[in-house]
Design a protein around this ligand. Structure first.
Ligand SMILES: Cc1cc2nc3c(=O)[nH]c(=O)nc-3n(C[C@H](O)[C@H](O)[C@H](O)COP(=O)(O)O)c2cc1C
Length: 179
């Protein structure tokens, strides 16, 4: 099985990246694992033109197809996202908006192969899990429209910098054991 772990934060070496590393290390014992960071890709904003509703293609040429190729490669997709202002970071939202050509609410639409499983991990600095749930909801809404099965999620509160992730390592490993 092939696993894609995506750092949905624009910070390449922060708390989210640290979680991506723990998840990747843990899962590479049993799966073929790749990790990517949203910040390594050039993503244009969706212009809302809806051309893709008729063509299943975006009029813009950016790196979204490169990320979708990684999705296509994977059997399991794990999105790790911090809360920025109580939701996913703008870069990740821009990616999701740009996935409208793959959205199953209009026909024709582009597709990725069926049978993929999706997991979500949300982190935030504040103490309430509700905000993590909101981030997870955004990710799962996206998975749903790409027909990626939502399998499980983990919310981690009280995490700001990567140093705080070390103390949560057992929780993250326990989550990975279920994947
Ligand atoms: C622009 C910005 C907005 C943030 N907004 C929130 C927020 O609304 N609630 C919260 O609990 N943490 C918030 N945080 C904190 C991040 O969720 C937390 O620091 C997380 O660990 C960041 O991971 P990263 O450095 O890998 O992106 C915010 C951080 C940034 C940079």
């Amino acid at each position: 099985m092939k696993v894609l772990v995506m750092n949905c934060s624009p910070v390449r070496n922060g708390a989210t990246a640290e979680i991506v590393n723990i998840v990747s290390d843990c899962l590479k014992e049993k799966y073929d694992v790749r990790s990517i960071c949203i910040d390594d890709f050039d993503i244009s904003f969706c212009k809302g033109c809806r051309n893709c509703h008729n063509t299943a293609k975006c009029i813009q040429d950016d790196d979204v197809v490169k990320i979708i190729q990684q999705y296509e490669w994977a059997d399991i997709i794990i999105s790790v996202s911090p809360s920025y202002w109580a939701d996913i970071p703008g870069q990740f939202k821009a990616f999701i908006d740009r996935c409208t050509p793959w959205c199953n609410t209009h026909d024709p639409h582009a597709t990725i192969s069926s049978g993929k499983k999706g997991y979500s991990i949300a982190l935030r600095t504040g103490p309430s899990i509700r905000e993590c749930s909101r981030v997870i909801e955004s990710i799962e809404h996206f998975y749903g429209h790409l027909e990626i099965e939502c399998c499980d999620s983990l919310g981690l509160c009280s995490v700001e910098y990567k140093e705080a992730v070390e103390q949560r390592k057992n929780e993250i490993i326990k989550f990975c054991d279920k994947i």
